[in-house]
Design a protein around this ligand. Structure first.
Ligand code: SAH
Length: 267
């Protein structure tokens, strides 16, 4: 572990977001957190009274690619140093509802955290507590803001590593410059192509002799179906080609073997 570096050495442009773990017992959880940090574009790991992190042990085993940088570069510090040097957001499973007792009140929901931190330029740390008892009231009293992941009322306490993973995922818009996803995972067919498909469906319904009173209902149902599905260009053209072929068969106008260019394009 390195000595404490000035927070400005962290690579992240504002807000600089560090992750702090107070008094973790299980090295595997620290490794899981380091990995989640790397997944979501954070790099500064702060450890208050950490367990021993053996390079051949669980922490390094669980850290994935973070074993080469985030974990060995983690900074050990005291809770006082953490509270003094950072804007701190404490994650707790148990916020309270009493506006007269501010130790665990008010807590934001984790989904609000990115908005809360957007534009904050001071060094910031998201703080997680020990596995069994979390952060104590004394510790919470020293930290600036509270955040909680909504979970079952009867068992709201998540595993430490998983709680950190969810929290860091929620911060991704502030911390991840670009994801592995292409710009659009689902490209929708242009409106004109979808309308062509609707026209072809109507022709098909006529051609197969669907009872006259039911035709309007069938075409409306198809419109609702495509409206929910947002078909891709390929799906739209394939369906169009099939319906056109079905319409031709029903009309008796189908070509014996349709190997036209258009058919290839559509299928
Ligand atoms: N009973 C403990 C649970 C400890 S779990 C408590 O009261 O917090 C270990 C750590 O995971 C907690 O200190 C907290 O930082 C985080 N955590 C677990 N569940 C969470 C939740 N629902 N919301 C926010 N943080 C949570």
């Amino acid at each position: 572990m390195t000595d404490r570096q000035p927070a400005s050495s962290a690579k992240h442009c504002p807000p600089e977001i560090a992750v702090a773990v107070v008094d973790a017992e299980t090295p595997g959880n620290v490794g899981t957190i380091a990995r989640a940090m790397k997944n979501f574009g954070l790099s500064e790991l702060l450890l208050v009274n950490p367990p021993e992190l053996d390079p051949d042990g669980e922490a390094y085993g669980f850290a994935g690619q973070a074993r080469t940088d985030i974990l060995p570069n983690a900074t050990e510090l005291s809770l006082d140093e953490l509270a003094e040097g950072y804007h701190t957001v404490a994650c707790t499973a148990v916020p309270n509802e009493d506006p007269n007792n501010h130790i665990r009140y008010p807590a934001m929901e984790v989904g609000e955290l990115a908005d809360h931190l957007d534009g904050v330029t001071e060094p910031t740390a998201i703080v997680f507590g020990r596995e069994r008892v979390g952060l104590t009231n004394e510790e919470l009293a020293q930290l600036d803001a509270l955040c909680s992941i909504p979970a079952s009322e009867t068992y709201p306490s998540l595993n430490l590593g998983q709680a950190a993973t969810i929290t860091l995922y929620e911060l991704r818009e502030l911390t991840v410059n670009s994801t592995q996803h292409p710009n659009a995972l689902h490209r929708r067919a242009p409106k004109g192509e979808v309308e062509r498909l609707h026209d072809q469906f109507a022709a098909y319904v006529d051609a197969v002799g669907h009872p006259e009173p039911k035709r309007e209902k069938a075409t409306r149902m198809f419109r609702r179906l495509l409206g929910r599905a947002h078909p891709t260009p390929r799906e739209t053209s394939t369906l169009h080609g099939l319906l056109r072929r079905g319409t031709q068969w029903a009309d008796g106008s189908h070509p014996a073997e349709d190997s036209s260019n258009e058919s290839e394009r559509e299928n």
